[in-house]
Write a new protein. Structure first.
Length: 364
């Protein structure tokens, strides 16, 4: 064992408190993003008395790992008490003066923990990362003062990220309000294909996909999307269809209609369409696509399994095309706001990198 490392089992204990008196009805689940999330389970007519209670300051995790890809579902409850399925294990830190629970969830948030837990999972039908394996984890336990410093530094970065997200939400609402003002008094008088060139994506051969930066950036679908710009995850050496820098990327398979903006020339898969403004009015086209969200959502309810939209349907979407002078005036105002959003998004990326660096330093 490394110097300064300890077995986690020395610092935690399992808790099994049931909702016998039905005093709690807030049902949550545990996500692979290391957060508690609202449960999607249908609990109508369900007896909740056997569900486990998680108290504020306690942890829960799902020992079954085979259905989660390479991630482990584990979270630390910082909100009010809740209940969870009895399939989860609940535990708590024995002495918070020795091990800060917030420091521990940072340890769990490291990708190295996910890889370790998946490696240590076992079972022929379902792979399990059981309580004994969790207790055998070796982790650095510095002084509580050092733990608190790490937690506070991480909190400062995350608070900054949250602030930037909130600012961007407000900025986008401002720009969309300007768009609504610009089109006020107009009826829908054009089709999307009148103002935009549309390219439907197609997927390259699977053998061409890689994460070694060979070839060109490749986006498959909405899973790559962020607030405004996609995250690079894959490359392809055999691109089939392209989006250009600043083109709108739209999800054409469930969910239909979600949009992002390409930051560079890239290849697009069958889950996306690239939408390019014929008149270079990028902001006007972007907010036109946001305005179309309600209309596009109808395609999510069609089809037997997954919602989707065809190229013909996309071309034929009815839109508002305002006078050129009014469009130029809108573009001038909105482009300033969009530039501010882009700047904030770049800062968010840098802050997330800083947060990842802090997590990596926990092992130092």
């Amino acid at each position: 064992m490394k110097v300064g490392y300890k077995h986690l089992g020395n610092y935690i204990r399992q808790v099994d408190e049931r909702n016998r008196n039905m005093s709690i009805d807030k049902l949550l689940g545990v996500s692979i993003t290391k957060q508690f999330i609202p449960s999607i389970a249908n609990i109508i007519g369900t007896d909740l008395s056997n569900y486990k209670i998680v108290r504020t300051g306690q942890f829960a995790y799902g020992p079954v790992t085979s259905r989660n890809g390479e991630k482990i579902s584990i979270a630390f409850l910082q909100e009010e008490d809740c209940i969870i399925s009895s399939s989860y294990l609940v535990f708590e830190v024995i002495d918070k003066g020795v091990l800060n629970p917030e420091y521990l969830i940072l340890w769990f948030s490291r990708p190295e923990f996910d890889r370790y837990a998946r490696y240590r999972s076992h079972g022929s039908v379902r792979e399990i990362f059981d309580w004994e394996e969790l207790c055998q984890i070796e982790l650095p336990v510095p002084t509580i003062e050092k733990q608190n410093e790490i937690v506070e530094a991480y909190r400062v970065v995350n608070d900054r990220i949250a602030l930037k997200h909130k600012i961007n939400d407000n900025l986008q609402q401002q720009a969309f309000s300007l768009y609504r003002e610009a089109i006020a008094g107009y009826m829908k008088n054009a089709q999307l294909s009148d103002i935009a060139d549309i390219t439907m994506g197609t997927s390259p051969e699977g053998e061409s996909l890689n994460t070694e930066e060979e070839g060109i950036v490749f986006y498959q679908g909405k899973t790559d999307f962020g607030f405004r710009f996609p995250t690079v995850r894959q490359y392809t050496t055999e691109p089939q269809r392209y989006a250009q820098e600043k083109d709108i990327l739209m999800s054409v398979r469930a969910p239909v209609g979600t949009v992002n903006i390409s930051t560079e020339k890239c290849a697009i898969g069958r889950g996306l369409a690239a939408i390019h403004p014929k008149d270079k009015k990028y902001s006007y086209l972007f907010y036109t696509m946001i305005e179309l969200d309600f209309e596009l959502n109808k395609f999510n309810d069609e089809g037997t399994v997954f919602g989707s939209i065809t190229k013909d349907d996309l071309h034929a979407l009815a839109i508002v095309d305002i006078d050129e002078e009014e469009k130029i005036a809108f573009e001038q105002k909105a482009s300033i706001i969009d530039a501010a959003i882009s700047s904030n998004e770049l800062e968010i990326v840098a802050l997330k990198n800083a947060a990842s660096l802090l997590l990596s330093k926990i092992t130092d």
